[in-house]
Ligand binder design. Structure first.
Ligand code: GLU
Length: 478
């Protein structure tokens, strides 16, 4: 059997982290089995449709290094891959169910349905459509209150033998609640999710559905539809939901990390995020924590999922991201910093400072503040920052300037800077704090920065001396 999997995101806003989570494991299964992955855009809910969301889904998944074989952007033999372009297929399927007695027209107005629900709630009855329209012609129904001339189509849930248990690849035999007569085709001619997902998974020859746990409750409806159509259902695995620390489902409202773009904005490396996502409810057989997508492919097995929803632990992600950052070459690190630098150009000092920065930042976003000193023009010193000390700030700055002056530009590296400054300090018998503190402030105007030696090396000889001299001048005029 050729494995065919799909991801089926809805373009309802900027992409959810769960989309990447589900995509990761679908892609791993497809790759491991030499199968194919379909990306299908489930855009049938026109009220929630957001125009640029589809492109953001493509872009963020590509950013993570995930790819698919068939989709709206790639085409493929089973297209179109946007549900909004498949309306005749769903209409035909709904009509087949009507003809075979598995579906019926419902003319109930939204107001009537609302009243019905209010009564059910007040009487503590289970919610669900009361089947007023079942067995009625349009004319018969029109004579009753709450009639809407444009009908929907509802599936007819049988009174007996509804598939309320199914075998989940992760959870084993799994129960789901009794469904009511769901709308399958809406007034606007669009299908609802349940009809579209079943028709498309069948038409697209999907063999394995790996999707979020929240769809377990939909299984009876979907399995009924497979039965009505006499189609074989694919295998199902419901992946654990990612959870907030309070165990609630991760949502954009409660947690910025629900937005996939947030990880880009913060400067997480895509390979670190992918690794982290792979550890949510899943694990490597050898317990390794740092591993690549290829390792997931080689070791993927749905049985290695724990059905308990993992807590999304950003501290752990920060740790992992720091590990991935440290492992980058200096040049690659600078390349990745691109968008996080304070200016459009890459100052050459960033590369000089890279070994230092790589050990200091957990998210690339932090680089901006760390390298700001390289992008500053004239530094307006707040002389109060120097305080009073021994030696006085001007003496420290003068000593540093004359110690560094003899170094040549091509030997202005951390080791040479350190030995020149240390020699100057020891000669005068000064303590480190009162000597290096003023240098730091003189170079940057700030008290919290990366260490002086790499900072001086990153600035280079000319800029370093100019800043020290300018600081001395500003202090003298203070
Ligand atoms: N469109 C659904 C979603 O956005 C897909 C659910 C499924 O994979 O069946 O999550």
């Amino acid at each position: 059997m050729t494995v065919r999997v799909r991801i089926a995101p809805s373009p309802t806003g900027d992409p959810h982290v769960g989309t990447a989570y589900v995509a990761l494991f679908n892609a791993a299964l497809a790759r491991q089995r030499g199968g194919s992955m379909v990306l299908r855009i489930e855009d049938t809910d026109r009220g929630r449709y957001v125009a640029n969301s589809e492109q953001q889904i493509f872009d963020t998944l590509h950013w993570l290094g995930l790819d698919w074989d068939e989709g709206p952007d790639k085409g493929g033999p089973k297209g179109p891959y946007r549900q909004s372009e498949r309306l005749p297929i769903y209409r035909q399927a709904a009509e087949r169910l009507l003809a075979e007695g598995h579906a019926y027209y419902c003319w109930c107005s939204p107001e009537r349905l609302q009243e019905m629900r209010a009564v059910q709630t007040a009487n503590k009855q289970p919610p669900g459509y009361d089947r007023l329209c079942v067995g009625k012609t349009r004319d018969e129904r029109a004579r009753l209150p709450g009639f809407d001339p444009t009908p929907v189509i509802r599936m007819r849930v049988p009174d007996q033998d509804v598939p309320l248990t199914f075998n989940d690849l992760i959870r084993g035999p799994t129960n789901a609640p009794m469904p009511d007569d769901q709308v399958i085709l809406k007034k606007d001619g669009f299908p609802t999710y349940h009809l579209a997902v079943v028709v498309d998974d069948h038409e697209m020859d999907i063999t394995h559905v790996l999707r979020a746990e929240e769809w377990i409750s939909s299984m009876p409806k979907q399995l009924l539809l497979y039965r009505f159509f006499s189609w074989d259902a694919p295998a199902f695995a419901h992946l654990p939901l990612l959870r907030n620390p309070d165990r609630s489902k991760i949502s954009k409202r409660k947690n910025p990390a629900a937005r996939l773009l947030w990880f880009q904005e913060e400067g997480y490396l895509p390979e670190a995020l992918l690794n982290f996502l792979a550890l949510q409810g899943w694990s490597m057989p050898d317990g390794r924590e740092i591993f690549s997508f290829d390792d997931v492919v080689a070791n993927f097995d749905v049985e290695r999922f724990s059905p308990v929803g993992p807590i999304f632990d950003i501290d752990k992600l920060d740790w992992m991201n720091a590990e991935y950052i440290k492992a980058l070459s200096d040049a690659e690190f600078v390349r990745r910093c691109g968008a996080f630098l304070p200016g459009p150009e890459v100052d050459p000092g960033v590369l000089v400072l890279a070994p230092e920065l790589k050990t200091r930042v957990k998210r690339l976003k932090e680089v901006c503040e760390q390298v700001e000193f390289l992008y500053q023009g004239k530094i307006e010193l707040d002389v109060a920052l120097f305080g009073t000390g021994n030696p006085a700030a001007p003496a420290a700055l003068l000593a540093a300037e004359s110690a560094l002056e003899p170094l040549t530009a091509d030997r202005f590296d951390v080791a040479a800077i350190e030995s020149a400054l240390e020699a100057a300090r020891e000669q005068r018998d000064w303590k480190k704090g009162p000597f290096y503190g003023p240098i730091r402030i003189g170079l940057t105007g700030k008290t919290r920065t990366p260490p002086n030696f790499p900072m001086l090396a990153a600035l280079g000889r000319e800029r370093s001396l100019a800043r020290l001299r300018d600081a001395i001048a500003q202090l003298n005029h203070a």
